[in-house]
Write a protein of this length. Sequence first.
Length: 422
Amino acid sequence: MAKSVKHRTKVVLAYSGGLDTSVAIPWLGERYDADVTCLTVDVGQQGELKGALDRAKLNGAADARLVDAKATFVSDFLWPAVQANALYQGVYPLSTALARPLIAQTLAEVAVASHADAVAHGCTGKGNDQVRFDVAIHTLAPQLRVIAPVREWNMNREDEIRYAEQRRLKIRVTAASPYSVDENLWGRSIEGGRLEDPDAAAPEEVFDWTGHPDQWPREPEELTVGFEQGVPVSIDDHRRAPVELVREMNERAGRHGVGRIDHVEDRVVGIKSRETYECPGAIALLEAHRAIETLVLPRDLLQFKGLVDRRFSDLVYEGLWFSPLREALQAFIASTQEVATGSVRLRLFQGSVRAVGRTSEYSLLAPELATYGTASRFPQELAVGFIHLYGLPNQLAHARRAAARASRVGTKRAARQVLPTA
Ligand code: ARG
C-alpha cells in the first residue's frame, strides 16, 4: 500500500555565510521539517562567497546558489541614490538599506521559480532589515511565507556558537567576531559589541576599508569625477564600468580615511542605536554629485528637490522601495538630471572629501553677472528698486504692528511712512 508522502516545506534562505544564517540551515530543517536552498546574492560584499556556498552544503543545505547582482545594484539602486543625494538623517548613505530590496527581490524570484513555500532571512526582530525584507516579499510574492529564524528562536550569540558546535557546523572564523557586519559595494555597516555604548569611540578594529589614521597620506590627493545626467561615468577622464567605478572610488577615498560615519540613528521600529559605517566611495560620489547640482540647477529647483531627496532617502531607509511613491519621486529626480553633466574635482585628505572645482556646459554661474571685476554686466542700478519691493511686505507688517502697539498704550506717534521714497 502506498504511504502518503508528507510534503516537506521548501525554503529559500538568504544566506550570507555568517553565523546567524549558518545556524539557520539545520534549525529550519529541525523546526520546519524544511529542505533549505541557500541563496547568496552578490552585491559586492567582500570575502569568499564560493567558500560560503560550499559550507552551506556541508551544513545541510539541499542546494546553494549564488546570484551576481552587482551590476543591477549599481545601475538600479546606487545611481538613483546618487541622483537623490541620498543620505538618511543627513549622514548615512543607505548602503545596507539599498541592497535589501534587491536581495529580497532576488529571493522572491528564486523562490517562485523553484516552487518554494517560504523564504527565510537572518534578520533580528529589532532592526530595519526585517522590515525591508518582509515588506518587499509581501509586496512582490505575497503567497510566500516569510520565516525569520533569528527573530523566532531565543538564541544569543553564545547560544548560536554552542548550537553550531553541537551539530559540528562549519563556521567561518570571523563569525565569532563580536560585531555584526553588513557589507556591499556602497559600504560597510558595523554594529554591536563595544559600539553599543554611544559614549565609547569606535575602536580601530571595526574599520576595514579605511586604513589606520597613521597610514592616511600626509598629502592631499585630487581626483575628477565625470557625470552624465547625474550618473558618475569616469574618474580622471577614464571611463569606468559602473561596478569598477564604485570600487575604484572606495579604494581611492578609503586610502585617505574618507567615509567613516559614527551616528546615533533612529530605526523604523522606534529605537535609537549607535551605528558605525565605512562608506568611502559613496561619500565621495555624493559630495561630487551635490557639487555639480549646485552649479547647474536653479535655486528653486535645488530647494524643492532637496525635499524630494529627503523623502526618497527616508523611504529607502524605511523599507518602502517597492512603493508607488518611491517610483514617482525617482521619476521626478531623474527629470532634473539631464543638466547634471560635467565634472567635479574632489580633494581627499585626512578623512575628508571636498569638492574644490566643478565645470559643466550647463553651468548657470554666469561670470559676466557674478564677477566683481570691470567686466560685470549686472545692472546694479536696478538693485535699489528690486530691494524696495522685495522688502515691502516686511516693512508694511512691521509698521502696522508698531502702530497698533502704540495705540494700545495710548501714545500718539507720527504715522510711519510705509511706501518707499525712491
Ligand atoms: N542601521 C543600518 C540600516 O538600518 C545598518 C544595518 C546593518 N545590519 C547589520 N547586520 N549590521 O540600514
